[in-house]
Unconditional design. Structure first.
Ligand code: ADP
Ligand code: ZN
Length: 206
């Protein structure tokens, strides 16, 4: 089974993907993580991506599609994958149709004022990638692995507003594109509340 998670920044795609990975045997593929890895390793793709990411803009489709297609060729994708953060444009969705079969698209629906509230409080574990929010977690190290938490360069209010605008203009049209495979879930409550209907839905699809 191949799944896409669709939703605005801070809607909880990363957290939901991790919950699904624990229960169903699939790999999580986040284009944001792939870009951050490229930046860390100082690759050409990383260098190019950073200039767009820092402004809250999308990395050009050609670069993103090429990187993602390569990733999908790996053996670990054969038993199913969850895409978190891809596609983000109609052009990306059209390219994806040609290289993989997508069974379900889960849309995380979160009001924008809740998103802005979450935005500046997000902290990410530098080692295992676990996500926290200062509103509910006030330690500076990860509960799971003890590593220091950090705030992403693009998790500030100005960039977040740009990212929301980009989402409305470029990504939200995908809700119509995938209307035939769409499962909508409210994502403003706790991660457990959000995951419950998703788990039931996915079990029914196995
Ligand atoms: P979030 O889900 O919180 O917005 P991501 O880690 O998914 O964060 O993405 C961070 C940034 O990486 C985006 O703002 C964008 O610049 C870039 N990016 C990630 N995925 C894509 C994509 N599919 N197409 C273009 N740019 C992307
Ligand atoms: Zn950790």
């Amino acid at each position: 089974m191949n799944i896409i998670l669709l939703g605005a920044p801070f809607s909880g795609k990363g957290t939901l993907a991790r919950q699904i990975v624990e229960d169903f045997h699939m790999v999580q593929i986040s284009t944001g993580d792939l870009f951050r890895e490229n930046i860390k390793n100082g690759t050409e793709v990383g260098l190019l991506a950073k200039s767009f990411m820092d402004k809250g803009q999308l990395v050009p489709d050609s670069v993103t599609i090429e990187m993602l297609s390569k990733r999908l060729e790996s053996d670990d994708c054969k038993r199913g994958f969850i895409l978190d953060g891809f596609p983000r444009t109609v052009a990306q969705a059209q390219a994806l149709e040609k290289i993989a079969k997508i069974d379900s698209v889960i849309q995380l629906d979160v009001p924008f004022d809740e998103i802005r509230r979450r935005a500046t409080g997000r902290r990410t574990c530098s080692k295992c990638g676990e996500i926290y929010n200062t509103a509910t977690y006030n330690k500076t190290t990860c509960e799971k692995c003890g590593s220091p938490l950090f705030q992403r360069d693009d998790d500030n209010l100005e960039t977040v507003n740009n990212r929301l605008e980009v989402y409305v203009k470029q990504t939200a049209p995908l809700i119509d594109f995938y209307a035939d495979r769409l499962f909508v879930v409210k994502g403003q409550d706790t991660p457990a509340d959000t995951y419950k209907p998703v788990k039931t839905f996915l079990k029914g699809r196995l």
